[in-house]
Design a protein around this ligand. Structure first.
Ligand SMILES: [Zn+2]
Length: 316
């Protein structure tokens, strides 16, 4: 999670800082419109470190300035970390809390896997496979599944369970000339330095007619709009916040035909949900603490507030 100092090393270097804040972005990184406005001012520190980039990060509502494009509705951080900073931070991520949530992640992924249809031996690549839980679910359903993952720790966890999870980027995978029938990206696109480029790479990894299935937070959802600055998914690690119009439009321009948009639910344990509730809404700490002794902490709870979406698209 943090850089651990090997014996004999000096103090770990300070985490790299973000570029100095721009007065205002010149244009929207998605549609290039010049009509952008500050939506949420910066909250929290100005550093890029692995702790903030773990899947189970509790750094809710800590982020650089977030802007809104008036033309396409995209919310985006600016300044954003450089790609090199992101690769270094994700490479260092360690996330033991995620392992403890394995059973619930499997429940989430088994439900998500229904979006893929029958396996029929199809080749599948899970991008951002983390500890390999979705690769495991896909294999149990009959897919010939493998994954790619930046975190050395997470890819190692997957490989230790006999799963093919490669510690490489989507560009490196595409450069190998690999081809798949299905590419999945669960809660990944909002983390990418360049979503358009990586979706184009996903298209290159798919045979024509192959499926891309992805999930992400929905900044246009009623819950997100109602909560405004209190929406818990405003986080350092989320660089882009799409909605149900601009993400399908991006997919169409990156070589896909969008087939379906769905709500996406995460199953979490009651104990984890209460911790998230407390971290996300400090004003409700009393409620979270009061409920904790009353609810079995391992109880699985599917959470769907309409602010997570799944999209199924076909490579043209
Ligand atoms: Zn835009």
């Amino acid at each position: 999670m943090t850089r651990s100092a090997a014996p004999g090393t000096r103090l770990a270097p300070a985490p790299p800082a973000l570029p100095a804040p721009a007065s205002a972005p010149e244009r929207c990184p998605l549609c290039a419109s010049g009509r952008t406005a500050l939506r949420f001012p910066a909250r929290g520190g100005n550093v890029v470190e692995a702790r903030a980039y773990a899947c189970t990060s509790f750094g809710h509502r800590r982020h650089p300035p977030i802007w809104r494009c008036q033309a396409c509705g995209l919310l985006f951080q600016e300044p954003r970390p450089s790609e090199a900073q992101l690769l270094a931070a994700y490479g260092d991520v360690e996330d033991p809390i995620y392992l403890a949530e394995k059973e619930n992640r499997l429940l989430t992924f088994r439900r998500a896997a229904r979006l893929l249809g029958e396996a029929a031996g199809r080749r599948l690549l899970d991008v951002g496979a983390y500890c390999g839980f979705f690769v495991e679910v896909a294999r149990e359903r009959g897919f010939d599944a493998e994954g790619i993952e930046l975190s050395r720790w997470a890819a190692g966890q997957a490989r230790a369970r006999g799963l093919a999870v490669h510690n490489e980027t989507i560009a490196e995978r595409a450069a190998r000339g690999a081809r798949y029938d299905v590419v999945t990206m669960w809660d990944v696109v909002e983390h990418l330095a360049d979503p358009r480029r990586d979706l184009e790479l996903a298209a290159r990894l798919l045979r024509p007619g192959g499926l891309l299935v992805l999930s992400t937070v929905d900044a246009g959802s009623r819950v997100a709009r109602w909560l405004g600055p209190r929406w818990p998914w405003l986080m350092d690690m989320h660089l882009f916040y799409f909605d149900r119009r601009n993400l399908p439009a991006l997919l169409e321009s990156a070589g896909f035909r969008v087939l379906a948009r769905r709500d996406y639910a995460h199953t979490v344990s009651a104990g984890y949900l209460l911790r998230k509730l407390e971290a996300s809404f400090p004003a409700l700490r009393w409620l979270a603490r009061g409920l904790r002794p009353l609810v079995p902490s391992r109880l699985p709870i599917p959470v769907s507030l309409g602010d997570n979406m799944a999209i199924v698209a076909e490579r043209r």
